[in-house]
Design a protein around this ligand. Sequence first.
Ligand code: FAD
Ligand code: DLZ
Ligand code: SF4
Length: 507
Amino acid sequence: MSRLVLVLGDQLSLGLSALRSADKSTDTVLMCEVADEASYAGHHKKKLAFIFAAMRAFASELRADGWTLDYVTLDAPGNTGSLGGELARAVQRRAPRAVVCTEAGEHRVRAMQRDWVETLGCDVTVREDDRFICSQAEFTDWASPRKQLRMEYFYRDMRRKTGLLMDGDEPEGGRWNFDTENRKPAKSELFMPTPLRFAPSAGTREVLDLVERCFPDNFGDLEPFWFPVTRAEAERAADHFLTEALARFGDFQDAMLRGEKFLYHSLLSPLINVGLLDPLDLCKRAEREWRAGLAPLNAVEGFIRQIIGWREYVRGIYFFEGPDYVRRNALGAVRPLPALYWTGETNMACMAAAIGQTREDAYAHHIQRLMITGNFALLAGIDPHAVHAWYLGVYLDAFEWVEAPNTLGMSQFADGGVVASKPYAASGAYINRMSDYCGTCHYRVKDKLGPRACPFNALYWDFIARHSDRFEKNPRMAQIVHSWNKMPDDQQQALRLQAAGFLDSLD
Ligand code: FAD
Ligand code: DLZ
Ligand code: SF4
């Protein structure tokens, strides 16, 4: 009797631990498109299409490699709509001697996997997901004795572990981090690389029809759909980034420009997160560009840090902090998510740009997520769970293990400072420095009061005032609280009234 190997929609890696432990001459791979996974978050239409198209392409890749596939499409007759239901049906269909799977990337699905071990009625093995550089056990060893879990120190350990950008025991260039060189605002006359666009295959077209038929009311534009969905396409997208954009990735990493959705960013996160690209391999390729003199150290170090530093670190935090992490709300924020997050209809040019491109392409780069939509939600006191649900749905790359620590931790400070040593809160001046949005905005970025004053200004001070007790104890925030406390009463009152008036106008 053969085994059944369950592969989930973000486990599209040929070297997946479950596949490694199986035998393609006897075992069957089960993949299933199910309504539950398509609806646990309000997924963007492009995200649904990307996952299903990539799953189908991976199934074809496995078939070509000699595997037997049992692939259940979303509209297959009898589809129960759940992973557990489909697994149970497949067990009935095939009567395997055992089921093997790789642990899921989310607490919710891991709980299901534990349940299958107890209830499925045949032997179930759940293998570790070893597609990461740092295992959970290793992260726990790193985190347990520490009072503060700062990414920078974790990152140095990952550099030592991988040997990336190392010269013996020392970091190449004499420094671990070149971020001080990576804060340049961009100008629109710069030459911008454009991401590779892939015409949908006949298989992807079928998926697009399916998504339009089954999820007509989901957020986001389905067409044009241009993302890579096969491994070969993902590799071409990676090569394109490494040769065309990496060299300037560092310089303009934090910049934002009207009409330039992608700047020098890689757009590789969805491909890495579903398993089409290997993160370590990508970093080694980036390092080779530097060693060959084709990209500067600040760019390559910055890129590698995002992957072996931030990406590994947030995964470590997600599992180390446990399932209750997503329920935290350290700042007690309760305001509902305003409709503008879905419609993009607002006079704030920066918010309209970030939300507009999110609707079009299920993409916004890190600084837009952190310092525009995230910053606004933080300052406005929006319920972090609503913010979390929004980010989990609207981005092509969103999976809870990576989205939640970024949203609840880094962006909303809802974890009380586990991820960030201070909240990422900023007034309009920061946005004006890093972008060209303000020049065309209805609001005036330099004004703090009055009907045309940039909303970020009064909201910023209102946020500081609301949380002054907490933040005056934070060494990185004490100075700003001090500035607030020194402000004359009438000025404080005017700013708070201005903020309240604006917040009242949100629906
Ligand atoms: P690039 O700028 O080209 O960066 C290169 C790679 O580094 C990315 O592809 C990604 O794999 C990795 N990376 C960069 N920053 C981070 C980070 N902070 N955490 C983890 N990996 C990182 N990233 C996701 O993959 N999924 C999410 O759901 C997600 N949600 C986010 C929510 C918020 C509120 C914020 C502030 C950030 C979020 N990020 C998320 C991190 C980051 O914004 C995206 O990884 C990045 O914008 C993806 O675009 P890119 O591939 O062009 O990245
Ligand atoms: C995100 C997603 C979606 C939309 N659909 C499916 C699906 O139909 N079948 C499947 O196996 N996986 C899907 N996924 C990915 C899972 O949600 C993901 O594996 C879990 O969230 C764990 O990270
Ligand atoms: Fe955004 Fe304020 Fe600038 Fe308008 S003026 S784009 S609201 S920061």
